[in-house]
Write a protein that binds this ligand. Structure first.
Ligand SMILES: Cc1cc2nc3c(=O)[nH]c(=O)nc-3n(C[C@H](O)[C@H](O)[C@H](O)COP(=O)(O)OP(=O)(O)OC[C@H]3O[C@@H](n4cnc5c(N)ncnc54)[C@H](O)[C@@H]3O)c2cc1C
Length: 569
């Protein structure tokens, strides 16, 4: 059993919850961090998907790199099956959400949350998306000290350049764009990705012919072997906190445990927010109720403040399933960075003359290590994937049907849509000479987009989230313009075939469903419920301009923790 009372209960140990837990605990507060999914790499759960294990963990000594190595294999499909949004016991199936069309919601349950999957890209928001779009109640400058704190903890540095990045940079320069310098981006241009991944061991880039072992302690830091979306257990053999990707389970969770005042309670799905009196106009949050996902047992814990960090879909779901005052923006205004994929294919001889080798070998380097920023539109980034994932993202799904049904005569791409048969085989057989560019657009908050619940459509935790997403004409235009720029960069880099997938909406980056200024105030406390705070991406007031959101979500969570301390402790 965990204790019955804490200073703060934080719901969700994903990207942002551990940041708030750490900051509150650093100030001496007792914190219960409740997480629906399992805790990997913790000796109290040696077989986290097979048996319930212990109940909670309060010591950094419970963390084990060797156990993480055992549990996080490099077998991609196995890892993708493991890192799902569902209970630790996968025999029980996943937790349901409804999403329109062919797209999907990509989120993980477990300590680390969706940062178990994320590729570690840690850029800041575009300043204009905070200061010039009419959504934020705070200025960009307010976030800077918190960015600095998060970037130090996550060891954010410019990603190393391998062949795929070099080719992209050459294409961008040839297309007339500038190389950007600095973290606060106000002009379009290209740059190495600021990644929350340790630099590769010097031996790997100083000695190109390094023939030694790739595991710790022979190498420290990144091994340039992709793997971020499969949990990134590199370097193998390293102690838990020495893993290269600074996902929140590797960075903020150990820091929080080290304070000695944090208890992590995995396998516990919060189903209700407790208040002092149900139904009144302005209640005060007093704790949470959660359900053990193995036994089904229900427990209630009381606290001085409740911090919701269950992610931009489950946080509004929790509110909507609780008996809390109505706020017409709860769950609404969701942004997902309406995305797309543009693929380039090169001839071997042409590549040789450009980069001195006849393959790009996208499997080398960090998954996402080069980016192109365009404040006002969004961003592009190169993606290294294994052939299966690349084929699904780039060629396997499309909102415009099969490629043979489409005539891209006047478009800057040769094919658009889903590929099959001989054409799919032809392009895929060039996997080693292929580059994928992910288009990530700045979609703006619209009230129709977001999360609702409906009685009767339920799982064991109550009515499930029903998610609606329909981009506006402006969102589509921004995405189209970015896809054109991607095609131009690929052509300038020498691609002989350019393919646009016209991907269906997929929720990879999800934000702004409990937006600051609409549902929560400038300290991220709910306008309608005292002592109820939000510290995850749902509190972001928009999609931060299309930049990868985790740095901003974490910076805001750090700021929120400080505001909690000022207001209540
Ligand atoms: C493949 C992939 C790659 C990505 N790459 C990047 C990247 O490079 N850079 C970037 O910035 N972003 C990236 N993202 C997105 C990023 O991972 C998320 O934006 C970020 O993790 C969101 O943080 P969060 O705290 O809002 O939610 P999450 O990280 O999803 O955390 C929410 C946590 O709450 C738990 N939870 C949910 N409901 C409950 C409940 N009722 N009770 C208890 N616990 C609950 C969940 O299990 C989860 O652990 C990527 C995402 C994916 C899928």
């Amino acid at each position: 059993m965990v204790a019955s009372h804490y200073d703060a209960v934080v719901v969700g140990a994903g990207g942002d919850g551990p940041v708030a837990a750490w900051k509150l605990a650093e100030a001496g507060r007792s914190v219960l961090l409740v997480e629906a999914g399992p805790f990997y790499g913790n000796e109290r759960w040696p077989k986290p998907n097979e048996s319930p294990g212990a109940e909670s963990s309060s010591s950094v000594d419970d963390l084990s790199g060797a156990l993480l190595d055992e549990q996080f294999t490099t077998r991609e499909l196995e890892m993708i099956r493991k890192l799902v949004f569902g209970p630790a016991d996968h025999e029980r199936g996943f937790w349901l959400r409804k999403f329109p069309g062919d797209g999907a919601i990509l989120q993980c349950a477990g300590v680390g949350g969706t940062t178990l999957h994320y590729t570690g890209c840690h850029p800041r928001a575009y300043p204009a998306s905070v200061d010039e779009q009419p959504h934020w109640p705070i200025d960009y400058a307010d976030l800077i000290p918190y960015y600095q704190e998060v970037e130090a903890m996550c060891e954010v540095t410019p990603a190393p350049v391998t062949a795929k990045e070099e080719l992209f940079f050459r294409g961008a320069a040839a297309a007339g764009w500038d190389l950007l310098d600095g973290l606060n981006v106000t002009e379009p241009g290209y740059r190495p990705q600021p990644n929350a991944i340790r630099q590769p061991d010097p031996r790997l880039h100083v000695d190109a012919g390094y023939g030694g072992d790739f595991s710790y302690p022979d190498v420290e830091g990144d091994t340039l072997a992709l793997g971020s979306i499969a949990g990134h257990p590199f370097p193998r053999g390293a102690p838990y906190e020495e893993k290269a990707k600074r996902a929140s389970n590797i960075s903020f969770v150990p820091a929080a445990l080290r304070t000695g005042t944090v208890t992590v309670r995995p396998n516990a799905f919060v189903t209700a927010i407790e208040t002092d009196s149900a139904g009144i106009d302005h209640p005060t949050a007093t704790g949470v109720r959660f359900r053990d996902t193995w036994s089904g047992r229900v427990e209630t814990v009381r606290s001085e403040v409740v911090v919701l960090a269950a992610g931009a879909i489950e946080t509004p779901r929790l509110w909507l399933n609780a008996d809390l005052p109505r706020n017409e923006w709860v769950g609404r205004g969701m942004t997902i960075h309406f995305g797309d994929n543009v693929m380039g294919l090169w001839d071997a001889a042409d590549l040789e003359s450009r980069i001195g080798q006849d393959t790009i070998d996208q499997f080398q380097g960090q998954d996402i290590a080069a980016r192109f920023d365009y404040p006002g539109l969004g961003m592009l980034q190169t993606v290294g994937t294994a052939p299966g994932i690349g084929a699904i993202l780039g060629f396997g799904s499309s909102a415009s049907g099969f490629a043979f049904q489409n005539d891209p005569a006047d478009a800057p791409w040769d094919t658009v849509g889903r590929l099959a048969g001989a054409e799919l085989k032809r392009l895929l057989s060039g996997y080693r000479r292929m580059l994928q560019v992910l288009v990530v657009s700045d979609d703006r908050p619209h009230r129709r987009n977001g999360v609702t619940v409906a009685p009767g459509i339920e799982d064991e935790h109550g009515p499930i989230p029903l998610v609606n997403y329909e981009p506006s004409a402006g969102d589509r235009q921004r995405r189209d313009r970015l896809a054109e720029i991607a095609a131009e960069i690929l052509r300038e880099a020498g691609a002989t075939h350019v393919h646009r997938s016209d991907s269906p909406p997929t929720a990879l980056h999800v934000h702004s469903t409990m937006a600051m200024g609409k549902v929560v105030d400038e300290a991220c406390e709910a306008f309608d419920v005292d002592r109820l705070f939000v510290a995850d991406h749902s509190a972001l007031a928009n999609g931060v301009g299309g930049a990868n959101p985790t740095n901003t979500g974490q910076a805001l969570a750090a700021r929120t923790a400080e505001r909690i301390l000022e207001r209540y402790f």
